[in-house]
Write a protein that binds this ligand. Structure first.
Ligand code: ARG
Length: 466
């Protein structure tokens, strides 16, 4: 028989199998090398399940205590890095833990642990508990990042820079307004995350293989013990459902899309041509060839890793489409994308936080990049305030732009006479339209770039952090 494959004796489902498995199939099938990260959840789930079985009278109190003692031993082995995986036998974390339990407390009692239970519910239980805990940590990272956004926005509120559309200079804005444009998108991610967590945190134990539990298991008791927020109410759905993974991948993909765009802006702003920001050494690297280089690798990786996060989402959605009801082994393919996605998202938020907390801004460069044409709208608005219809003022201001281009005189330096010649309704106070700070301050309706509007956004953001 092929080495490492011993279906009859040692493998837990070996009873009806007679031949050996193709050794490659053994490896192809096993998930222990990645699902062992779930060891703790698997053990806690097993203890809760055994306790409920004891309450139901299907195992004795003494048997439960033995099982719990044994499982705590197994847990200690994992924690100490002493758990020895038996290749070809320990197919996944569930079978591995049970095999070891049998060795510690004897197969007679250990063999009762799985009474009325299926790995189909067990894997979902482990994944949901693990994911819930991870997502709560990510929630903390996101809140920490947003606190930095809010703090910087507050401290650097006087910095004015160009705002862009089509990556062309459009109108002057506050740097803080830019910060909050992403900050509020991330805050929406935070709201979504909190909702996702509440759906992830549902108890599948008691669903059985698909049809439910035959021994009157008190599922509510398990829900409480494992810290779930509620039950999965349909046993067939409960074992089939990986929406909690899909939803996490979708959530993380959108967050990473925001991260990526944010990073792209900062990459541009950190070039010598822009020079609005400078990354700390801690988040940049040099070139092995060109001594003068300081590259924004952190930001490039944030941008690059978004593709991988999105790929896991698309890939796993594809895995699920067309699956027939309840458990199919395809679903094992949910674990690795989940693990990688969570790590990618968690690391990325922390890196983004570090980048933002340590970068320096250059107010002079920001200001130097402003150009009088960015006030063309303000010139039009000036005439609007004198009662001229906007469609007309837009045209008039356009003629001022043309005049400036034609003469090579910056728009704000056109003489009063030159302006008056374009439209007689220009008066001497037109000079006031050519002020970047005034321009920014005029945008004081809620959501705009004036100081008061930006301060209000900061308040809104802070409230969302809770
Ligand atoms: N390792 C499996 C998974 O991740 C556990 C469930 C196995 N269930 C089964 N019926 N073979 O999906």
């Amino acid at each position: 028989m092929a080495s490492g494959s011993k279906p009859e004796g040692s493998m837990l489902w070996g009873g009806r199998f007679t031949g050996g498995l193709d050794p490659l199939m053994v490896k192809y099938n096993e998930s222990i090398y990645f699902d062992r990260v779930l060891y703790k959840q698997d053990i806690l789930g097993s203890i809760a399940f055994a306790r409920a079985n004891a309450k139901a009278g299907i195992i004795s109190q003494d048997e439960f205590q033995e099982i719990e003692r044994g499982l705590r031993e197994v847990e200690k082995e994992w924690e100490a890095g002493k758990f020895v995986i038996v290749p070809g036998v320990d197919e996944d974390i569930h079978t591995a833990n049970e095999r070891r339990l049998g060795e510690i407390i004897g197969k007679q009692v250990a063999g009762k642990l799985h009474t009325g239970r299926s790995r189909n519910e067990q894997v979902v239980c482990d994944m949901r508990m693990w994911l819930r805990d991870e997502l709560r940590q990510i929630e903390g990272h996101l809140v920490a990042f947003l606190r930095v956004v809010a703090a910087r926005a507050e401290q650097e509120i006087d910095l004015v820079m160009p705002g862009y559309t089509h990556l062309q200079r459009a109108q002057p804005i506050r740097w803080s307004h830019w910060l909050l444009s992403y900050g509020l998108a991330f805050a929406a991610d935070l709201e979504r995350l909190r909702e996702v967590i509440s759906r992830v945190n549902r108890n599948p134990l008691g669903c059985g293989a698909l049809a439910g539990n035959p021994f009157g298991l008190d599922r509510d008791m398990i829900t409480k013990e494992l810290g779930f927020d509620g039950l999965l109410w349909n046993s067939m759905g409960g074992v089939a459902d990986r929406d909690f993974v899909t939803e996490t991948l979708q959530w993380g993909s959108m967050l990473m899309q925001h991260v990526s765009r944010w990073a792209e802006d900062l990459i541009i702003y950190s070039t010598a041509e822009f020079g609005f920001v400078r990354l700390a050494d801690a988040y940049s690297t040099g070139s092995s060839l060109m001594p003068q280089k300081k590259n924004p690798d952190s930001l490039e990786l944030l941008r690059g890793k978004s593709g991988r996060a999105f790929g896991h989402m698309a890939g796993f959605m594809m895995t699920q489409k067309g699956l027939p009801s309840t458990y199919n082994k395809d679903l094992q393919e949910s674990v690795e994308p989940m693990l990688d996605h969570v790590k990618t998202v968690s690391d990325s938020i922390q890196i983004a936080n570090g980048v933002l907390a340590t970068l320096t801004t250059n107010a002079d460069k920001m200001r130097a990049a402003l150009d009088p044409f960015m006030l063309a709208t303000d010139v039009a608005d000036y005439l609007v305030r004198k009662g001229v219809p906007f469609r007309e003022t837009h045209h008039i201001s356009g003629r001022c732009v043309a005049k400036s281009e034609e003469t090579g005189i910056p728009m704000n330096e056109l003489s009063y006479e030159q302006m008056k010649a374009i439209d007689p309704r220009f008066e001497e106070d037109i000079a006031e339209a050519f002020n970047y700070d005034t321009s920014v301050e005029r945008r004081s309706a809620k959501g705009g770039t004036s100081k008061s509007s930006v301060m209000e956004q900061i308040k809104v953001l802070k409230e969302m952090l809770g």
